[in-house]
Design a protein. Structure first.
Length: 683
């Protein structure tokens, strides 16, 4: 018992001795830690200015520096030391200072990029391979004896594109172009040669770079060489007209506003003549496949003679025109080949939206068109008549008769209606009525003259036939490169990265992406101009994604009052206007490496107040576009609608190829923003 108690007392004594020793050691560690902390604090305090100057000199916030390239590289971005890229003038000074304190003391200040995470990863909204957020970390480590303490000063870094998600892939993107009126854009009154007689002028979409593009211009030779590629649509700005069926009456002629180049070669507009198409066998009744025995029309020679005749169906296309050399109004309906009902439905006006550019070589701009968009053409059909009987064929060859097949509505279909030479001549042709070739109106309707509607992209395929110089043309073309696509399952890729997969309509999800990119914010439009307008230089210097709250709901004018038009942009970026409308009087980007985007979150109108150029990507899903002058846009236009009555002076929408998100060049339009506030962390 005594022995046991003695052992316990010995153990207790040893424990107490050890505890007192540990306390003594802990006190030392705490003291040394305080010294290490003070050393780290001294390091930060004495070197922070030098560090920031070194970062600025290395081009962290501007230019094409190595630091910018690190931040702009595709995700993921691992923790990265920036010391190899900086002129480190402070650590030698800190080393000497620490040595004066104690030979075991040391201080070192390093700069890192840490904790970066991708911020746009959902392809159903938008996935950007570069978008990320993390920290610029200035880390001072003090060491005394065996104890280290690190003091970190951090600033948040956000890397974001200044191009609107999804819609920067489009030249024109309209959410509700139909408004329940399929023909609402057919308001242009033109003559047969395509000259506008009076009233509204067309708005022309150039979906590729042209010789007169402000940046990234291409020569005519380059354009024509690229045009031969049947997949050229993949490299051009796309078009979406949403909201229901939109019918665009194609403009006649090969002149300035003519759209007949959709289906014919118009190399020389002065001598242009439409060629005749042949209908594919699948489009015509079986009776056309074999000779038909009919009485001939030369009853003066032999009233009882029957002749074997062979029929082919051919037709020419024209465009819509209200005036010709023969008639001032409704000229395209002259001759009763087209029906009064068609005149009532279609009118003779052509369309305001020329989606495939101009007739000039190098300016024809076929591309992918999404939505229920149809092109309407007047089709003038004829029967081509021949005979295996030599004497009859000789008569037909000499007379060259023309047998038009006029339009007949179903309720007016008459199987006994005679089909005869347009000039009423008797030339050895057949005595023919509609019922002899067509068993019912449905068969007749397939080949009769009339206004036909086809998916707009049919013209894309027809233009490929023109380029291929096919000797015999059929319509619709035999090869379907593009077909009608409502845009319900759209994909946009950047090389191997799927950026978007979903419906073509842009809305709340894309606005959420944009809101997540915001790098700076101001309360009012006045504050915006005070902050970002260089009044002395007369230029907008944005260099970030800026949100304007604008609770007063004032309109944003570019340029602002007192500044000349067009407003120059030397530092691009994105303006996110929470409330209010936009009035554009002209804005130009001075550097091809820059771009400007303007987003209207709740805005109702975009107004073009002058004919000055506007280098801008516009994203306003709830806004209607109106204009007081010709519209001139270099970038993209995404809105709810274009007002046919409010945009009567025409203009040009030019797609900017470099900002196409499917191209590598689009990654350059990314802004790096470092927040001005510090966060201090102790380790």
């Amino acid at each position: 018992m005594v022995l046991a108690i003695g052992v316990v007392l010995v153990l207790l004594g040893m424990t107490l001795f050890r505890f007192v020793g540990q306390q003594h050691e802990s006190v030392h560690v705490l003291a040394w830690g305080e010294v290490a902390h003070l050393l780290a604090e001294a390091g930060i305090s004495s070197s922070i200015r030098q560090v920031r100057e070194a970062l600025q000199a290395a081009g962290l916030e501007s230019g094409d520096s190595a630091l910018q390239k690190i931040l702009r590289q595709p995700n993921p971005l691992a923790d990265t030391s920036l010391m190899p890229y900086l002129k480190d003038s402070w650590n030698q000074e800190l080393k000497a200072f620490a040595a004066d304190v104690d030979k075991t003391a040391s201080i070192r200040v390093e700069v890192w990029l840490r904790g970066f995470e991708a911020t746009e990863t959902d392809p159903s909204r938008w996935a950007d391979p570069l978008a990320k957020a993390g920290w610029l970390s200035i880390e001072a480590t003090g060491r005394y004896r065996e104890v280290e303490r690190t003091l970190t000063v951090k600033r948040r870094i956000r890397v974001a594109s200044i191009l609107p998600p999804l819609t920067s892939r489009f030249t024109l993107h309209l959410k509700d172009a139909s408004r329940g009126q399929e023909g609402r854009f057919n308001v242009v009154r033109n003559d047969y040669q395509s000259n506008v007689v009076e009233g509204p002028r067309p708005l022309v979409c150039l979906n590729h770079a042209t010789p007169d593009s402000p940046f990234e211009a291409r020569s005519i030779g380059e354009i024509l060489s690229a045009e031969a590629d049947e997949q050229i649509w993949q490299k051009r700005g796309w078009i979406w007209l949403g909201g229901g069926k939109v019918r665009l009456n194609i403009t006649s002629g090969a002149g300035a506003y003519g759209e007949i180049f959709h289906i014919y070669d118009v190399s020389n507009p002065n001598t242009f003549q439409p060629i005749q198409f042949k209908s594919p066998p699948s489009q015509i009744p079986a009776v056309f496949s074999n000779p038909v025995l009919l009485y001939w029309d030369r009853v003066d020679l032999n009233p009882a003679r029957q002749v074997q005749y062979t029929f082919e169906h051919g037709f020419v296309f024209e465009g819509f025109h209200d005036k010709s050399s023969k008639k001032d109004v409704d000229a395209m309906y002259d001759g009763d080949i087209l029906s009064p009902l068609e005149r009532q439905i279609y009118t003779s006006r052509s369309n305001l939206l020329h989606l495939y550019g101009e007739a000039r070589k190098g300016y024809q701009s076929r591309t992918r068109v999404l939505g229920r968009v149809v092109a309407a053409f007047p089709r003038f059909s004829v029967l081509q008549v021949s005979s295996p009987e030599t004497d009859v064929q000789e008569m037909l060859t000499n007379a060259r008769p023309l047998y038009p097949v006029p339009s007949m509505p179903e309720r007016a279909y008459d199987p006994g209606r005679e089909i005869k030479d347009a000039r009423g001549r008797r030339v050895g042709g057949p005595i023919l009525t509609a019922g002899m070739l067509f068993s019912n109106w449905a068969e007749y309707a397939k080949v009769m003259s009339g206004i036909v509607e086809l998916p707009y992209v049919t013209s894309y395929n027809a233009m490929q036939d023109v380029l291929a110089r096919k000797p015999v043309r059929v319509f619709p073309p035999e090869k379907t490169i593009l077909s009608e696509d409502l845009g319900s399952d759209l994909e946009i890729r950047h090389e191997h990265v799927l950026c978007y997969k979903g419906p073509v309509e842009a809305g709340p999800r894309q606005l959420e992406v944009i809101q997540g990119r915001v790098q700076a914010e101001v309360s009012s439009i006045a504050d915006f101009w005070d902050t970002y307008l260089d009044r002395k230089g007369g230029a907008l210097v944005l260099d970030s994604v800026v949100r304007i709250r604008n609770p007063e709901q004032r309109d944003l004018f570019l340029p602002p009052a007192g500044q000349p038009a067009p407003l120059k942009v030397s530092g691009g970026g994105m303006i996110v206007l929470e409330q209010g409308n936009l009035v554009l009087g002209g804005v130009v980007v001075t550097d091809p490496q820059e771009a400007l985007s303007i987003v209207l979150v709740r805005g109702r109108t975009i107004t073009f107040a002058s004919g000055q150029p506007n280098h801008v990507h516009l994203f306003a899903p709830g806004a209607e576009v109106t204009a007081q002058a010709p519209i001139q846009v270099f970038g993209s236009l995404a809105a709810s609608d274009i007002s046919p009555t409010g945009c009567t002076q025409g203009g040009t929408l030019r797609f900017r190829e470099a900002t196409d998100p499917s191209r590598p060049s689009a990654l350059a339009f990314t802004k790096i923003h470092i927040e001005p506030q510090d966060s201090i962390w102790h380790e």
